[in-house]
Design a protein around this ligand. Sequence first.
Ligand code: ADP
Length: 488
Amino acid sequence: MRVLYVTSEVYPLVKTGGLADVSAALPAALKGIGIDVRVLMPGYPAVMKGMRDLQDVGPVITGLPGGGEAQLRRGFLPDKVPAYVLDAPSLFDRAGNPYLAPGGKDWPDNAVRFAALAWVAVNFVGKVPADPSWCPDILHGHDWQAGLVPAYLKLLPEQFGGAKPPGTVMTIHNIAYQGNFSAELLKQLKLPDRAMKTDGVEYYGQISFLKGGCYFSDRVTTVSPTYALEIQTPEYGTGLDGLLRSRSETLSGILNGVDYSVWDPATDRALPANYSADKMAGKAVCKAGLQATFGLEQKPDAPIACIVSRLTSHKGLDLVLDVIGDWIKAGGQLVVLGSGDSASETGFRYLHGWHPGSVGIRIGYDEPLSHRIQAGSDIILVPSRAEPCGLTQLYGLKYGTPPLVRRTGGLADTVVDANLSAVKSGTATGFQFTNPSSQELLWALRRAMALYRKPDVWRTIQRNGMLADFSWTDPAREYAALYKDIMP
Ligand code: ADP
């Protein structure tokens, strides 16, 4: 079975969030179970630099959406998964964030940039194939950046797919990002007029890449079972809930996994000391190191709550700002690594100013530091208003840093709340609260603080999480079964 995996980011080459982690680990896991999977991604500068053995594939591709041209190249990702990159300097050779120009606004030509990615993907099954030596059975697109893949395939059957068109899967990693653009771009994007319908890519008068992906693909998946249900409701569906309800038979949630070759405190080279569920001494070393890094008071008994997150409103960090004073007053500390909304950044900076010995803030993106924070902290806060799967809580579990989460999406599916019966039966792995309210977060923080002060109970909670298995083996098999269902 041959699968073309179309994505806009892959760790460690380019990463703005969880999609990059998934796009590194899932193809590797699929390869591990015998699937011939190849990744297709944009040739950002970091990708052109980080890929191994890049070779040209075929002649220069001209007439891309927007009129540009590109050279397709083939090489290998750092973990040896074969990958194609779209070497199109006019579209992708830009420093900084893949989606945002300096100053934080979207690149003005994002529509043609990612339409070009999708166009090249469908050209793998075109009359003049992008790679004459390899023809995929399945086109698997991720998020809005790959949303036009199934749309082109179904809308232009005379150009793509031939007698046996490939099966198509659209995976939603976050429905809040939809890739909506002016309807005036229709021709530039090489979409036919008939695409601009409710039964098409039209979304409130605009072109929506994600809607196109959800409407035209054979299967829609998202990254946790609970989120698959949530996005069929008006509260979470951001206008696509009706379409997704109508597709409920072909919509499923497959939980993301963790790449334990990258995220394991027993082997993690970013840490000052390693540890495991049976040998925890190294965690105290990591904690002391973290307190030193952030200039916090060196108190082994002060529980450190941490946040490693994009600072955007759906992450619910305003709730933390509302009530974290109570945690600090009770002897807790807080470490924050993140960047995003200036309001959140300012809020956390103020908090640090008021409690410099108890609150440490790092605004920015720092991969090794994110590992050291997971290891050195006692609890990780993920109070998201919506969370498709969430990865940081899974890393927290593995690092003996129980997650405190809002009961939504993948957070609901992966954390066992330390309520009375779970504590009694010794099955708890963290803390949950239900409604996105500061008061509920406060109660959960107080419960966590109370159990932290009971070392035996805390140790069991930590251990349960560290031993829980969220590897990619099962999810990869679920994707393989889904591919099998839609093989041409
Ligand atoms: P999302 O995809 O919504 O950002 P996830 O929890 O699924 O949320 O994935 C976030 C990923 O990004 C995790 O690997 C997390 O460690 C990482 N991350 C988030 N913010 C930062 C940061 N400031 N520095 C380093 N890593 C970060």
